[in-house]
Ligand binder design. Structure first.
Ligand code: 5GP
Length: 197
């Protein structure tokens, strides 16, 4: 069986990465890694589906035990990708998506250069501020912190394989699916050629 492929979807908070991932997950062979976080659970979120919620001490223990593929501190909280689940899904030949912020995305690229990094950007900063305000999850100070964090994230965009503008969700989804399809086809072709040697 072919090994699966790893895709990292990153981009400033409020660009619509979550909505994009929800759409991608409607495909048969696309799976999302569930991260661990120390931030509080929000209304409408589910333990083990949205995140694994934990405290800082337990999170640090997971880091020390080598259980995290990557982790980062974002807006005062730890977020990290549990390694085992991702490795298992890749072994099963699945397309695995990590929806993570830029520091973590770049760590994944260092560790696994074959990972495909996709950077999702908003059409403008005023649109980003509008989306963050309208979703009503963060107060105005937190919104400004997230926009401030976006500055550094934008500066890292040359390190990504692809940059996608999320101005229209359907187009953004189609573009991402084309990227996934192309990566799968490339891998299958190389595996076929290697098998012929
Ligand atoms: P939120 O608090 O809005 O759910 O997430 C804040 C940021 O943390 C988002 O940009 C999200 O993509 C990122 N994030 C979620 N899980 C992880 C993870 O496992 N690792 C890293 N590095 N970032 C994550």
């Amino acid at each position: 069986m072919s090994k699966g492929s790893l895709f990292v979807i990153s981009g400033p908070s409020g660009t619509g990465k979550g909505t994009l991932c929800t759409e991608l997950l409607k495909q048969d062979n696309i799976f999302l890694s569930v991260s661990a976080t120390t931030r509080d659970k929000r209304v409408g979120e589910t333990e083990g589906v949205t995140y694994y919620y934990t405290d800082t001490e337990s999170f640090k223990k997971m880091i020390d035990a080598g259980e995290m593929l990557e982790y980062a501190v974002y807006s005062g909280n730890y977020y990290g990708t549990p390694k085992k689940a991702v490795c298992d899904m890749l072994e099963e030949g699945k397309n695995v998506i990590l929806e993570i912020e830029a520091q973590g995305a770049l760590k994944v690229k260092d560790l696994l250069p074959e990972a495909v990094l996709i950077f999702v950007v908003p059409p403008s900063i005023s649109e980003l501020r509008k989306r963050l305000t309208e979703r009503g999850r963060e107060d105005s100070a937190e919104i400004e912190r997230r926009i401030e964090a976006a500055k550094w994230e934008f500066s890292q965009s040359p390190k990504y394989n692809y940059v996608i503008v999320n101005d229209e969700l359907t187009r953004c989804v189609d573009e991402t699916l084309s990227i996934i399809k192309a990566a799968n086809e490339r891998q299958q072709m190389i595996e076929r050629l290697l098998n012929e040697i």
